[in-house]
Design a protein around this ligand. Structure first.
Ligand code: UDP
Ligand code: MG
Length: 189
C-alpha cells in the first residue's frame, strides 16, 4: 500500500494535486476539510459542530476529526492506498493516524507543498471569489488559518522527518510542474 500524507499550508494546492495523484496511482483521496463541508451542507450534527470552528479558521477538536477520519478509512478497507489531505493537523492526530494505519503498513511518506505565506493569502482570497467558502473570503480568517498551521500543524513535518518520511516539494509553479515533482517523489518510494 501507498499511504500518503499530502501536507502543506492552506492554499498550497493539496486538493488540486490530490485529484491528479488519485487518478495516476489509484489511491483513495480523503480530505477531512471536504468531509466537514459535506456535513455542513447536509446540516448533520457533525456539520453543525464543525461549522462553529471552521468559520473562525480554528481547528475542529481532535476527537471529532479523528473519529470522522477513522470511519472513512474503515468504510473503504479494500483500496490500494490512501491520500490524506488536510489531515493530520495536530500531533495527536498524527499519532492516531499512525495507530490506525499500523496494520496497513503505516504511513509511507509525507509530501509537503512548500509555498511562501504571502502567495498563499493571495491564492485563498482569489479562491474565495468562486469557491463559496466563507473561510476564504475574509483576510483575518485566512491569516488565522495560516497561524494555526504554523503553530499546530507544522510540527508534524518534523514528527515524520525524524522517521525518515518527510519530503518538501516546491509548490510554486504550474499545476503540471508541481504534479511532476510530486510524482517523482512517489515513484521513488
Ligand atoms: N479542519 C479541521 N481539521 C481538519 C481539516 C479541516 O479542523 O482535519 C477545518 C479547519 O477549520 C480548516 C477548515 O476545516 O481551516 C478547512 O479545511 P481544508 O483542509 O479544506 O482547508 P485548506 O487547508 O485545504 O484550505
Ligand atoms: Mg483543501
Amino acid at each position: 500500500m501507498i499511504n500518503l500524507i499530502l501536507f502543506g499550508p492552506p492554499g498550497s494546492g493539496k486538493g488540486t494535486q490530490a485529484a491528479s495523484l488519485v487518478d495516476k496511482y489509484n489511491l483513495l483521496h480523503i480530505s477531512t476539510g471536504d468531509l466537514f463541508r459535506f456535513n455542513i451542507k447536509n446540516e448533520t450534527a457533525l456539520g453543525k459542530e464543525a461549522k462553529s470552528y471552521i468559520d473562525k479558521g480554528e481547528l475542529v477538536p481532535d476527537s471529532v476529526t479523528i473519529n470522522m477520519l477513522k470511519a472513512k478509512v474503515d468504510e473503504n478497507p479494500d483500496v490500494k492506498g490512501y491520500i490524506f489531505d488536510g489531515f493530520p493537523r495536530t500531533i495527536p492526530q498524527a499519532e492516531a493516524l499512525d495507530a490506525l494505519m499500523a496494520e496497513k503498513g503505516g504511513i509511507s511518506s509525507l509530501l509537503m507543498l512548500d509555498v511562501p505565506e504571502e502567495e498563499l493569502v493571495g491564492r485563498l482570497l482569489e479562491r474565495g471569489k468562486t469557491s463559496g467558502r466563507a473561510d476564504d473570503l475574509d483576510e483575518n480568517i485566512i491569516r488565522n488559518r495560516q497561524e494555526v498551521y504554523r503553530n499546530e500543524t507544522m510540527p508534524i513535518f518534523d514528527y515524520y522527518f525524524t522517521k525518515g518520511k518527510s519530503v518538501k516539494v516546491w509548490g510554486v509553479g504550474s499545476i503540471p510542474m508541481i504534479f511532476n515533482r510530486l510524482s517523482l517523489e512517489l515513484d521513488s518510494l
